[in-house]
Structures are given as C-alpha cells and as structure tokens.
Design a protein around this ligand. Structure first.
Ligand code: PBG
Length: 312
C-alpha cells in the first residue's frame, strides 16, 4: 500500500556524481573531510568509472585540479588540460556515461577567485571572455553538457552564443543559477584547493537571506537560454528549489554540497545518527521540494541503497 500511494520516489536516474581529477600519475587521495570521496589522476580513474556505470548512475560532473595555477586560470582553456583529457578518456571508454563539466576558474587561479581580478574584485565582463574560451575547449573535447558555476552576470547568454558560433547548437547548458555564498562549501574548497586567498565570494555569490533575488537570477538564466536551472546548496534552500519548480518549466537541479555530505558522514561515524537513513531522507526532501536532478557525493551510496531495497 505504501508503495502504491507514495508521492515521491528516488531513483538512480536522479543522480549526478561529482568527480575530482588531478593532473599527475598514480594519485588516489582520500579527501579527509569527505569520507569515501577521492581525488584521482586519470590513470587511476577506471575502477571508479566502472563502479559508477555498473550502479547505473547516468552522469558525472567533472572538477579539475591542475598542477600549476596562475592569475587567470589559463589551463582551463588548454585543449591538453586535465579536464579536456578526462572528457576524451570517458567518452572513448564509457560512451554511455554522460559527461558534464563544471566551468569555473577557482581551482586554477593562484588567488582562488572565480575569474579575473581587477583591483580587489573579480571583473565580471573580462571573465566572460575566458569562460567562453573554456567552454569551447570542453566542447571540442566532446563534453555532453557544460555547467558554468562562477556566478558572473551574463554567463549563459555569452556561452550560448559562443557555442552556437562554433556550431555546437546541441550542447546544453546547466546553469548554476541560484548559488548562495555558503559556508557549506568548506570541504569542497579543501578538496579542490579553491579557497580564495583574500576576501570572499560575496560580490558574486548570493546572500543566503535573499529568496526573491533567487527568482530574478533564475529568470535571467532562463531568458538567456539555460536548459537546466540549478539551486545550490540544497538542504538549506529547499524553499528556493520549490519556487523555481513552480515558476519555470526547465528541469530543476540542486547541488547537495560538500558540507551537507560531510555533516552526515561525520555524525554517522560518531554513531550519533543512522547515516543511510538520514542520507535517503535528505535526498528525498530535495526531490519532494521539486528537484528533478540531484548532484550528490552520495550518488554511489544511494544507488546501492536503492538496489538493496528493490531486491528485498
Ligand atoms: C566552484 C564551485 C564550488 C562548488 C562547486 N563549484 C565552490 C565555491 O563556490 O567555492 C562547491 C561544491 C561543494 O561544496 O560541494 N565555483
């Protein structure tokens, strides 16, 4: 009876799994604040991809960690950069796995900000130019979808016209539309070495108190041609997910971020909570709020949980 009348169901089809890939060889490093999540070099990535595809997870979201950084993040648009190599590797060896690239600069800049610094702040419009160079390089490598995460105004319009200009008409864009300046990104910044060396991201990421502004941001991206609208983080922003679902007809994604993952893993390790139970309940709440797609470090754990449930 519960199965018949249940309103919200999670499925492995809902998940995108983030991957951290580091330039170099023989690297498989545990990220201490994100138990179970590792940084891999390309030569060590296959077992992880085998697991992801065997579990039936439809897509991965790529984050690169380059060997050297500079003040603009040049390696992001190098056709021989780490992300470009990973895209080609996955599309060759796992053609049915969807590959999404996170498009940003913070892992590649020596100052850790998401664009070009002018004075004390990121220069929005100069950064747009480099975003387009990065996107086109990912497109040439064969990526299936790009996801610009730097929160520069006008990103979606610029990326769409750059892609169309090079005849990548069919390449979709997932917009990090409503991304808050959040303390929940802490473990990710350790993992990706992307902590700003000065200041913070409050001039380009959103104020956590602002709900109506979230709608404005999503409207800009929708008008500019985004194919999927994302809310980030997820758990503290379920109201925003629900707003977007009501107002827009694009698929809505949410990003269940590193801090949300770390808290559950830490409390589980202490024996204070039922880890899998809390994991599934929080993922379910994101879906109930309106998310069609959940980007989550729990993707493998949750896929396994769902498999065991159906085989019972
Ligand atoms: C890069 C980016 C961040 C995350 C995804 N893309 C970090 C940030 O804005 O500092 C965070 C993901 C997470 O915490 O899991 N702009």
């Amino acid at each position: 009876m519960r199965r018949l009348v249940g309103e919200t169901k999670l499925s492995v089809d809902d998940f995108i799994y983030p991957l951290f890939i580091e330039e170099g060889k023989d690297i498989e490093t545990e990220i201490s604040s994100m138990p179970g999540i590792k940084r891999f070099s390309l030569d060590k990535l296959s077992p992880e991809l085998d697991e992801v595809t065997t579990l039936g997870i439809p897509a991965v979201l790529l984050f690169g960690i380059p060997r050297s950084k500079d003040n603009t993040g040049q390696e992001t648009w190098d056709d021989e950069g780490i992300i470009q190599k990973v895209i080609r590797f996955i599309k060759k060896n796992y053609p049915n796995l969807m590959v999404i690239s996170d498009v940003c600069f913070c892992e590649y800049t020596d100052h850790g900000h998401c664009g070009i610094i002018e004075g004390e702040d990121v220069d929005n419009d100069k950064t747009l130019n480099n975003i387009c160079k990065q996107v086109l390089s990912h497109a040439r490598a064969g990526v299936d979808m790009v996801a610009p995460s730097g929160m520069m105004d006008g990103t979606i319009a610029s990326v769409r016209s750059a892609l169309d200009g090079k005849r990548f008409y069919d390449l979709p864009i997932m917009a990090y539309s409503v991304k808050y300046a959040s303390a929940f990104y802490g473990p990710f910044r350790d993992a990706a070495e992307s902590k700003p060396s000065f200041g913070d991201r409050n001039t380009y990421q959103m104020d956590p108190g602002n709900r109506r502004e979230g709608m404005r941001k999503a409207k800009f991206d929708s008008d500019e041609g985004a194919d999927i609208l994302m809310v980030k983080p997820a758990l503290s922003y379920l109201d925003i997910i629900s707003d977007l679902k009501e107002q827009f007809d694009q698929p809505i994604a949410c990003y269940n971020v590193s801090g949300e993952y770390a808290m559950i893993k830490a409390a589980e390790k202490e024996g204070w909570i039922d880890g899998p139970g809390v994991m599934m309940e929080s993922l379910l709440s994101m879906k109930r709020a309106g998310a069609d797609i959940i980007i989550t470090y729990f993707a493998k754990d949750a896929a396994r949980f769902l498999q065991n449930k159906t085989s019972q």
